[in-house]
Design a protein. Structure first.
Length: 131
């Protein structure tokens, strides 16, 4: 069953508690507005995503966030393995850059000299996790 957050719902982003203060009838990244106790308002899709193609991060119950440190600086066009969540399969490609908490990888296993198209991912490593 798919969860949808509605105006008046108490919601959590990790252990941060908030309330849905506005609800639109679309599924854009601004469908609901959440006012958090600890800091300013944030907008989400109605099912609790920050952006349409990202994992659901809102919940009706508090949860612990897993914070990961960036262990290394990755140079552009370095081969990397990447995935969005712990349960997903690993893929490999060439690194573009890091911005706003996301790693960007060139598409189609191509380097920067071969393509300008990139997609963002959550988990990236330069060490082959498959061996």
């Amino acid at each position: 069953m798919k969860t949808e957050f509605k105006k008046g719902d108490t919601v959590y982003y990790g252990t941060l508690k908030g309330e849905v203060t506005e609800q639109k009838n679309d599924n854009s990244s601004t469908s609901i507005n959440v006012e958090f106790e600890q800091f300013s308002n944030l907008r989400f899709t109605k099912d609790g995503r920050y952006y349409e193609n990202t994992p659901i991060i809102l919940s009706h119950f508090p949860y612990e966030l897993e914070m990961k440190r960036v262990e290394e600086v990755i140079e552009k066009d370095t081969i990397v393995w990447y995935r969005d969540t712990e349960g997903c399969s690993w893929m490999n490609g060439y690194y573009s850059h890091f911005q706003d908490g996301r790693h960007y990888i060139f598409t189609g296993s191509q380097k920067s000299t071969e393509t300008k198209t990139i997609h963002s991912w959550n988990i990236v490593t330069t060490k082959n996790p498959l061996i």
